[in-house]
Design a protein around this ligand. Structure first.
Ligand SMILES: Nc1ncnc2c1ncn2[C@@H]1O[C@H](COP(=O)(O)OP(=O)(O)O)[C@@H](O)[C@H]1O
Ligand SMILES: C[C@@](O)(CCOP(=O)(O)O)CC(=O)O
Length: 476
């Protein structure tokens, strides 16, 4: 564990040059990279979770809840990499010179930053393991697993993309997303880690307002591919839908039939602003565990499980056909009812797969009694969040009454909007907040850590205030 971090200012001026490494003789004369920040959104899966892991289609949209990662380069005399992830209480430092570079850099098939990696290399995982075992040794059980998962997604990418001469840095992560609630928190942190590390090794161009489309596409693809590798470290068998929506933003129809090839992700240009309630059971669960449940059900009952997954695929494709049809009108009662039916059917099929939870059923029951919408679980299930598609012209009083019941049952509603920007970068970490003040406001680690919760984080650095914060740039 670590004491006070030894940071440099945004412009790279060392505030404290004490070294704790054997490499004290390193030169500290050349200018250092400024502190910068990256951000990526969470998502809701509207249709097709779980089935998407088995090669079926899923429809998903980004949400306005996001993760933010601040990268602060340390003086050259220092040789440490520190992760400060206060949302989960993780604070860990590795000595760069102690890391297993010999395995990562000597490997003949070492992946390049532009490669598509679709599985973890067991030799690399093994070499990294002692450095993951050293993380949060004071903890046990689930909390330690949460720390180690986050640390391994970072370390695997760091070792794959960097060299032993990597600069010492502090990576400070904060998120406005609930963690492990089905809203893609892991993907959003993996997208942030991938974008930050690729930026640091100078292989990302832009974002620039007149960047050609194919160049934009290449940067997004690069970030997305490595974010997927981070997801592999956290959940073992991700479909890639979460990191794809988090990288690209907006809404997509996603399908990955062959894991050795890039997935098919069709942007849904006219994705409607659906009237959704997003309700969190606050029941913790792990995506990896829920995904494994479906895999074992498929093994035990192959025919019936396949039929269920096919059924989910048909639900997703029916929604896709409606939403992309010329006549689709999200304000039409008939269209909303059609989508609502599909919500109900999709949820029923997920229940059959065994990935619901009594608390999710309780939310569905409360909404069904109120008769104001259709509910399905979203994400991996087993707890986490449910989404309710509201009927047209729901009475304000009925909605308030429902919200009170939801709260009284111990659940939490998250306010969010669908379809916002994907990965973004604030380089350097300076905001003017709509003023012409010279120099602007540096976002340093202390300010970032002082932000008390999601509202404070949004107020300090949030991309939601884009009209006042043009410094945030996006590949789009
Ligand atoms: N803000 C965060 N700080 C640190 N780790 C995080 C954060 N958000 C997500 N994670 C990592 O992602 C894991 C949650 O992933 P997962 O179970 O897939 O849930 P979700 O549905 O939110 O993606 C956590 O166990 C942790 O390792
Ligand atoms: C269940 C699944 O379809 C979605 C998981 O979403 P989340 O991790 O619960 O946000 C898994 C996946 O697509 O990788």
């Amino acid at each position: 564990m670590n004491g006070t971090p030894r940071l440099n200012g945004v412009n790279g001026h060392p505030k404290d040059n004490r070294s704790h490494s054997p490499n004290m003789s390193r030169k500290s004369s050349s200018p250092m990279a400024p502190a910068f920040m990256v951000s990526a959104p969470g998502k809701v899966i509207v249709f097709g979770e779980h089935a998407v892991v088995h090669g079926k289609a899923a429809m998903a949209a980004s949400i306005s809840l996001r993760s933010y990662l601040l990268v602060t380069t340390l003086s050259k005399s220092q040789r440490t990499i520190q992760l400060v992830f206060p949302d989960v209480g993780l604070d860990h430092t590795w000595n760069i010179d102690d890391l297993p570079w010999h395995v990562f850099t000597k490997l003949a098939q070492r992946p390049r930053y532009y490669d598509m990696v679709t599985s973890l290399d067991p030799e690399l995982v093994q070499a990294m393991q002692p450095h993951i075992d050293a993380v949060s040794t004071h903890l046990t059980g689930d909390t330690r697993r949460i720390h180690q998962n986050a640390a391994s997604s970072f370390l695997y990418l760091f070792l794959s993309l960097n060299t032993p001469t990597a600069p010492a840095c502090i990576y400070t992560l904060r998120s406005t997303l609930p963690i492990g609630a089905g809203l893609g928190s892991s993907a959003s942190i993996c997208v942030c880690i991938s974008a930050a590390l690729l930026k640091q090794i100078h292989v990302l161009s832009g974002p620039h307002h007149d960047q050609p489309e194919e160049e934009v596409e290449q940067q997004l693809e690069r970030i997305n591919r490595w974010a997927f590798v981070g997801e592999l470290c956290i959940h073992g068998n991700p479909s890639g839908v979460d990191n794809t929506v988090s990288t690209r933003g907006r809404a997509v129809l996603f399908k990955r039939e062959d894991y050795s090839k890039p997935p098919n992700a069709e942007p849904l240009k006219n994705f409607p602003e659906l009237p959704l309630l997003l309700i969190n059971t606050k029941q913790p669960r792990s995506t990896a565990v829920e995904v494994a449940k479906v895999a074992s059900l498929k093994k035990k009952y192959p025919g019936v499980t396949r039929a269920t997954l096919d059924g989910i695929d048909q639900v997703t494709m029916s929604a896709y056909t409606l939403i992309t049809s010329e006549n689709f009108d999200p304000s039409s009662e008939q269209n909303i009812e059609y989508l609502g039916d599909l919500f109900r059917i999709n949820h029923g099929l997920l229940v059959s797969l065994g990935v619901s939870h009594p608390k999710l059923e309780h939310i569905r029951e409360i909404v069904d009694y109120a008769d104001i919408g259709w509910t399905k679980l979203t994400g991996a299930g087993g707890g986490g969040c449910a989404i309710t598609l509201l009927k047209r012209n729901v009475d304000e009083a009925a909605l308030r009454d429902l919200q009170e019941k939801i709260e009284a049952a111990g659940f939490e509603e998250h306010k969010t909007t669908l379809g916002g920007s994907g990965v973004g970068i604030l380089y350097p970490a300076v905001l003017h907040n709509g003023t012409n003040e010279e120099g602007g406001e540096e976002i340093d680690q202390q300010k970032f850590l002082n932000a008390k919760g999601p509202e404070d984080i949004d107020a300090l650095v949030g991309v939601g205030l884009l009209e006042r914060r043009p410094e945030w740039k996006f590949w789009q």
